[in-house]
Design a binder for this molecule. Structure first.
Ligand code: ADP
Length: 262
């Protein structure tokens, strides 16, 4: 049986380099999509830094197996968000994954084929930074099912140059680009909620215009979001009125509206 049979859309999240907030965007986008009534799954194939279980407060969960494969962990009690991460399979969560390409590819193949996903509107695949074996393995094993990629960048020029390489990767591998998200775009003061532009702004949007791909929006650097991610707490529930949540909700809505994919 095809374990992705009941999954409507598969989206890959890419970033040119680490630390730009790819996993953060993957989790917050997933949470906002569930808030809009969608059923969402996250497949965390960031084998070298599986941070999503911590961000979603399920780091101690253990994976169960049924006859058809691994059963993902439900993150919320309404069971609208489920997660499968390599982090769940490591004996010691602090151990690095030291595997050569073929073993990584094997693990990703198994991930893709052996996770029993329920009915989902969106399966969000969080990949490692850059363009490596893992990305090719994801494409190889999910090729016919992927709707496209969302690229995450920070506003500064270096990160943008990295995204440029991701765009080239997408073009070469014929992976449609569904949009660019500019993260850490301005800093939200936790005291007065004012947003200051500590880095430059607009690089992601400029790039999207130049490359003729959709710009989905920008998310500020918000210390309250960092805290929630560290504590595995839902930012959406903890700070429902924050301007950062508004920004993420807008991106999520734009994504739903613009991607009447298929
Ligand atoms: P990546 O997946 O690109 O390596 P992460 O999503 O793990 O990056 O983010 C790196 C760090 O930056 C994490 O500690 C995360 O909490 C923090 N972070 C990312 N985006 C934001 C943001 N918009 N506001 C506050 N903290 C953020």
């Amino acid at each position: 049986m095809d374990n992705l049979e009941s999954v409507k859309h598969v989206i890959v999240i890419l970033s040119g380099k680490g630390g730009v907030g790819k996993s953060t965007i993957a989790t917050q986008l997933a949470l906002c999509l569930t808030y809009s009534g969608k059923k969402v799954g996250i497949l965390d194939v960031d084998l070298c830094g599986p941070s999503i279980p911590i961000m979603l407060g399920v780091a101690d969960a253990s994976i169960h197996q049924c006859d058809d494969g691994w059963v993902p962990v439900f993150v919320d009690k309404e069971q609208k968000l489920s997660l499968m991460s390599i982090g769940f399979l490591l004996n010691n969560k602090d151990d690095p994954v030291v595997w050569r390409g073929p073993k990584k590819n094997g693990m990703i193949k198994q991930f893709v084929q052996d996770v029993v996903w329920d009915e989902l509107d969106y399966l969000i695949v969080d990949t490692p930074p850059g363009t490596s074996d893992e990305h090719l393995a994801v494409l190889e094993n999910l090729r016919s099912r992927i709707d496209g990629a969302i690229l995450v960048t920070t506003p500064q020029a270096v990160a943008i140059a990295d995204v440029q390489r991701e765009l080239t990767f997408c073009r070469k591998t014929k992976l449609p680009v569904l949009g660019i998200i500019e993260n850490m775009s301005g800093y939200v003061c936790p005291h007065c909620s004012e947003c200051s532009l500590v880095f430059s702004q607009g690089g992601g949007e400029e790039l999207s215009i130049r490359e003729d791909v959709p710009f989905l929006g920008r998310v500020p650097l918000d210390p309250q979001l960092t805290l929630c991610l560290e504590n595995g707490q839902s930012f959406l529930e903890a700070f429902p009125k924050s301007s950062t949540i508004d920004a993420i909700k807008k991106i999520s809505q734009k994504f739903i509206d613009e991607n009447s994919i298929k």
